[in-house]
Each structure stands twice: as structure tokens, then as C-alpha cells.
Design a protein around this ligand. Sequence first.
Ligand code: SF4
Length: 123
Amino acid sequence: MKKVVILMCTCSGVCPSMEKIDFWELAERIRMELPHDYLVMHPRLCEENGEALMEDLLKPDAVYITPACAEKKQAKLLAEGFERAGVPMDDEHWVPVMMGMKDTGQVFDEIKSIVTRLESEIQ
Ligand code: SF4
């Protein structure tokens, strides 16, 4: 069965547009309340260090939910990491979530609805 992985980018934790997000609370709520295989948090997925992680981590038999910056921005900034891993950045493998200008509860609810949809599709 396809794995569901949350790959969260905290944008170094000081992005003004994400100031209403408590990343630790969000991570723990996801871990405790949502069905998924595992969660990874990284401070800068679009830098070399993050791309190196993605190269090692990403597998074709998983779908990656990526809470991070705006969806279109992610499409550009995370492309190198997906490419290095050899995983296509399509609907089967990637579901972006924009965290900018949202609070912890809003982001959690969005991830929850995606996980719920994926669960019904995967089963
Ligand atoms: S991928 Fe987006 S959220 Fe993550 S560090 Fe880069 S700009 Fe920030």
C-alpha cells in the first residue's frame, strides 16, 4: 500500500507569513491525530541540505504532503529535490499545502482533509 508522508518545511521558523503557526504543536497534533506513516520537518527544503534529504528520503511508492510556502512556489523550489530522488512531482506523489498567512489550526485542518481523502483513495 502507498505510504502517506508529511514532509513539512518550516522556512527556518522565522518567516513572517508563518508567525501564527506553532510548528511543534502542529507536528504533535499530526503525529497523534492523523493516520499517516511518518512526518519529517526540515527548516529549508529548497536549499542544498534539504534537497540532499529529499534525494535520500523520497520514494516512488509514497505520496508526500508538503506543508510549506505557496503551492506555485513549492512547485519551483522543491522540483530539484524531487528530481534528485527520481520521484515525479505529480498528483500521485505530491500534495502541497500553503502555510503562509494561516494559523496552526487552519493548517492542521487542511492536512487532515487531505489525509482523509488520500486514505479513501488508497484503500
Ligand atoms: S521551500 Fe518554501 S517554505 Fe521551505 S524554505 Fe524554501 S521558501 Fe521557505
